[in-house]
Design a protein around this ligand. Structure first.
Ligand code: CDP
Ligand code: MG
Length: 142
């Protein structure tokens, strides 16, 4: 608990389907502050490194191909218990298991194309934020 930062990615499927605004509204409605944001297209090397913990998984190649298929919106979210709070806003990973009202319940179209990424632990949040943002690009609002 306490004020935390987490990394969010609005994935290529969601950008392509023009639902950035819907996702931002859900983030803001959950009381999370957007303290850094940029749009970019990940290279294969970048996506491969970002998901290095999944390198041995069967879905790794499909995931890297998907994450590099178009632009994404990467953001740092800040707030009380931000890591778990955003995971709740996102919903479960497994397609069809996401709780009603969550981003993934509304917008996921497959196990891979699930609209959003959110860090899953303090350690990973720190790593993932550093992966995309320098400290001077983050604007604390608390
Ligand atoms: O994103 P999240 O932390 O909920 O799930 P993950 O287990 O860390 O997996 C990372 C991403 O890989 C997921 O968000 C999916 O896009 C993709 N994935 C997949 O394509 N097939 C799976 N069986 C599991 C995950
Ligand atoms: Mg994960």
């Amino acid at each position: 608990m306490g004020t935390e930062r987490t990394l969010s990615i609005i994935k290529p499927d969601a950008v392509q389907r023009n639902i950035i605004g819907d996702i931002e509204t859900r983030i803001e409605d959950a009381g999370l502050l957007i303290v850094a944001a940029k749009m970019l297209r990940m290279s294969r090397v970048q996506a491969g490194n970002f998901y290095e913990m999944h390198q041995k998984k069967s879905f790794y190649d499909d995931l890297v191909a998907f994450m590099t298929s178009g632009p994404v919106v990467v953001q740092v979210l800040e707030g009380d218990d931000a890591i778990d709070r955003y995971r709740k806003v996102m919903g479960a990973t497994t397609f069809g298991d996401a709780e009603p009202g969550t981003i993934r319940a509304e917008h996921a179209t497959s196990i891979t194309k699930n609209a959003v990424h959110g860090s899953d632990s303090k350690k990973n949040a720190k790593r993932e934020i550093k992966f995309f943002f320098a400290e001077h690009e983050i604007f604390s609002r608390t």
